[in-house]
Each structure stands twice: as structure tokens, then as C-alpha cells.
Ligand binder design. Sequence first.
Ligand code: GLY
Ligand code: MN
Ligand code: MN
Length: 423
Amino acid sequence: MAQIGKKNIAIISSASVRPRNRDVDYPFRQDSDFYYLTGFNEPDALAVFIPERKEGEYILFCREFDKKKALWEGAHAGLEGATLVYEADDSFPITDVADILPGLLENKGKVFYPMGRDSELDHNLLEWLTHIRSQSRTGVTAPGELVSLEHILHEMRLFKSAAEIQLMKRAAEVSAKGHVSAMLKCQPGMFEYQVESELIYSFMQLGLRAVAYPSIVAGGKNACILHYTENDAKLKRGDLLLIDAGAECDHYAADITRTFPVSGRFSPAQKQLYQLVLDAQLAAIEQIKPGLPWNLAHETAVEVITSGLVKLGLLKGRVPKLIKDEKYKQFFMHRIGHWLGMDVHDVGDYKVDGEWRTLEPGMVLTIEPGLYIPLDCKTVDKKWQGIGIRIEDDVLVTKNGYEVLTNGVPKTIDEIESIMQEV
Ligand code: GLY
Ligand code: MN
Ligand code: MN
């Protein structure tokens, strides 16, 4: 509210329930911005913030408590819960929003809201503003500016509080255990989705019901498809398995990738490429420190990977020239990582005034270099073809450097081979 400023107002709506088919809905997931501000986990809600409003600054519109609804669909806070439990200063039925909100907008200067994200809110807001303008002869004025709320909010979300870090650590620890369990259960002949079921089983057994994003469980050449989610192929002895999966803890994500041999033993070629990705990842993580530019980790990984690919014979030429010509991009085509938080690809700008922003304590990001050698890549030796490897950890920027939140899953060749021999 300090950032919105006096005389102004902010409005944000909850997520909606989306139909899957006939009477069945998709599982409800609250809008991250709305949840960040309210902690309110219901659809059909709208939060309004009015700095220095005498009757209270935070207003929550939500569903009224309905006994029949409670019987069929379960608990909901109702107007009383909105004030008592969620600490709104005032609460009103969502069905009355069109009657009440225009009055709250009267004589305000700017309206902060997530523009273009909820077409119903976009439409209603313009209607309410038109309505107020039509009353101008009574002396009321309509707000003159619509401003993006995301700009303020996403900068806040980029810096995690101690409480948020607790949730992210839990998501990370549980996700790491799920990956270990998948490593231990994996056998040649299983289907990818059977390994996926081990991850979900672990997450739920450990108390986290939702995944933060659809799991990627990609055996052999499927690992070269960056967003592979079919997860329906049979795992073959001799192939690697790439798993990119994370649990969500109270709306905060973990995002881990590990790549390991289906049989428990890397082949010599797999070992060489794997060690290169790991070297790039470890070198990139060393570049996470307050004051260093966010891009340095990426550039470091690019250098390690390009010179490694030259040593292994997958690229030919001088390293600086290969980097300048972006030759590594045929095998490492994505960036080193992204902000992590309530959304797996979390909010927050990566550049400020055209420059890569510098890291600051409280930011959380992923470091996830990869190498993906297409099966039909004729420019490389056959032994490399069809290998896809990514190693991804979640890293918190601390006062003096970094803390890896996802160290609970092994990633060196020796560690992986030895835990896979234990079963
Ligand atoms: N799981 C999505 C990503 O790694 O970015
Ligand atoms: Mn991932
Ligand atoms: Mn990621």
C-alpha cells in the first residue's frame, strides 16, 4: 500500500474454477499474485486495497457461507471468515461487487490492477469507470489512470522473506527425496509414467499433494525434447533417464532435474557428456553471489560447455569464435535458469534499464545447464547421438554467496552409481 500511494486503489481477482468436462472441474489452483497478497485460497473472490481508507484499507469480496454448498463442495470462509481468519478489514458478497466497487473507485487517482489477465475484470472495470464518469455532474470524478499492479507486486515477489524461504526449502527437500526414490525404483522395462508415479507417491507421502508443473520423465532420446511430458515410453537398459520434477509447498515450487542411467551404470560416452554438464553447473553455481550480474552464470556455463565440446570433438574450432557464433546452441539451446518462487518460472525482471540485473540476497533461481544431442545429428560421432542430459538445482542468493536448496539428490557420477547399486 505504501507503493500504491494515497488517493489510489488496487484491485486483484482470484483464479476461477475451470471446467474439465461436464460436471468435473480441473483442480483449483489460486492465482499466485492473489494468494501472495491474501493467503485466501478460494475462487470467486476479489481483493481491494485502499490506502488510508478510514473504514479499513483491505476489502475482500468472496462467496457468502452457504450450508448447502458446504455439504456438497466443502469448507469455505464466508464473509465472517474473510475478516476473522484472513484479516480483511471489510468483506462483502462477491455477488454485490458491481454495486459496491464503483463507489470505492470514486475520486481515486490511479487504479492499480493486473491488466489484461482477467478479461472479466478488464471489462467490468471499464464499465464501472464509465458509470462513474456518467455521474460527474454530482461532483464525483473517475480515476484517470490504469496502472499495472504487476510491476510493484512482481518486484516484491522476487525477494523471498524468511517465511517464503521456509516453504521453498520444504518443497526442495521433499522434491529431492522424490528424485532419490525414483532413482532407487527405476529399472529397465518400466514405463516412464511408472517412474513418474514414484515421484508423485513420494511427494504425497511426505505431505505435498501438488506438483509445481507437469513432470518430465524422459528416457533415452526423449530427453532431447525439452518439454517432453508424454512420459509413456518403455525404459531401455543402456539409456539415460532425465527427470525434471518438483513439488509445490503452499504455492511455492521446487524445480529439480537429474539425469541417470536406467541400469545404474553410465556408459563411457554418457559419462563424458554428463561430467561436462556437471562441470558447467558447478561452475555456474559459483557465480551466484550478491553484486554479480545474473548473466554471469550463463556465460560461465557457455564457456565450460563450449570448451568441453571441443575437447570431446563435438565442436571444431576456436572456443572464443565458437562462443561468438553461438555454435554451442545446437546442443545447449536454453538459458542457464530462471527465477523460482510461487510460479516455477517465477516473476521478476531479468534486466533493469537494459542491463542484466545484479543478484541480491533473497532471490531464488535455478541453475540448469543441459546438453541435448539429437539422434539425427550427423556432425557428431554416433556414440553421442540421442543423449540428453540436464542437471538442475534451486539456489538461494544469501548475504555472502549462495545456498543450494536441492542438495538432497546426488549428482556426481560416483554418487549416482553407488546409490543405484544399493537396491
Ligand atoms: N521445469 C521447467 C524448467 O526447468 O524450467
Ligand atoms: Mn525443471
Ligand atoms: Mn527450471
